[in-house]
Write a protein that binds this ligand. Structure first.
Ligand code: SF4
Length: 277
């Protein structure tokens, strides 16, 4: 794909030439014997398409796929992009990963390993890797938390959470997505007012990739029903007072009946890490 002249985010002054660690936790081919043979995904029909083409494809697909079932959206995505499609996951509930693994066994699942996750989230990541027919891509920031503390001071998340999210989430994801033409997210319109108008398919100019949100029309009841019906893996914190799970320093328990995302950056104006805005 040839890139459109749109600036991507990472601030060179803060990632200073160090390379990101983007590591498959288990290299393809070294898995335990799977129920279905895991193999590299074939190329999609849009492999090698220009950014200009992808902009138009996203526009048309959004018209065609609005209101369509999530599995149909994912089938379109895998047909279009093949191995150039990934799923992004925060390891909260694994609904989208479960669906994607059924439609496209062996699909890459990108996880942003910020260094600040709850142990339960890391455990969920490892359980996904061990039990689901996907390849987990563990993406880390150029600096460890200790290195960041040494250069920018401790607890940056308290003093400047936007910069912390930029360094540990937004820039690493942008760099990781350079290996893909499209990414699927679990964003839903009911998540928050900021997400209420999310298209099912859109061109993400910042990341120079097609962004696909197959669950965009799902309600909380839809998610719960899918989890129950399919016995889907979920982060245990969801049953421990955390209806939305992010980094440990920025995630609080929410009282029963409280706003689902009110535990994220509680007491601050911030409500998004910057990945979806
Ligand atoms: S959620 Fe908090 S700890 Fe995680 S990257 Fe953002 S500011 Fe840093």
């Amino acid at each position: 794909m040839s890139a459109l002249p749109v600036t991507v985010l990472p601030d060179p002054s803060v990632i200073s030439g160090t390379s990101l660690s983007i590591t498959p936790l288990r290299p393809r081919g070294s898995r335990p014997a799977p129920p279905s043979e895991r193999r590299p995904l074939p190329a999609g029909r849009l492999d090698g398409a220009s950014a200009e083409t992808l902009v138009e494809v996203a526009r048309q697909a959004n018209r065609d796929l609005e209101g369509r079932p999530a599995a149909e959206v994912l089938r379109w995505a895998i047909d279009a992009f093949g191995g150039r499609l990934c799923v992004t996951s925060s390891m909260q509930d694994m609904v989208l990963t479960h669906l994607a693994s059924a439609v496209a066994p062996g699909v890459d699942v990108v996880f942003l390993d910020t260094g600040y996750h709850f142990a339960e989230t890391i455990g969920t990541r490892d359980a996904v890797e061990a039990t689901m027919d996907v390849r987990v891509i563990n993406v880390r920031a150029p600096q460890t938390v200790a290195e960041q503390d040494a250069t920018l001071g401790a607890r940056l998340h308290d003093r400047n959470p936007d910069l912390c999210c930029q360094l540990r989430k937004v820039a690493p994801l942008a760099r990781a997505l350079e290996s893909y033409d499209a990414y699927a997210t679990g964003v839903r319109r009911v998540d928050s007012p900021v997400r209420a108008l999310t298209p099912v398919v859109q061109w993400d100019a910042k990341k120079q990739a097609v962004k696909i949100s197959p669950l965009v029309n799902w309600t909380d009841a839809d998610v719960d029903a899918y989890i129950e019906k399919n016995n889907v893996l979920v982060n245990p914190l969801l049953d421990d007072g955390y209806p939305s799970v992010g980094c440990a320093p920025c995630t609080s328990r929410v009282a029963d009946g409280g706003d689902v995302r009110s535990g994220r950056w509680a007491g601050r104006a911030k409500s998004e890490c910057g990945l979806h805005v």
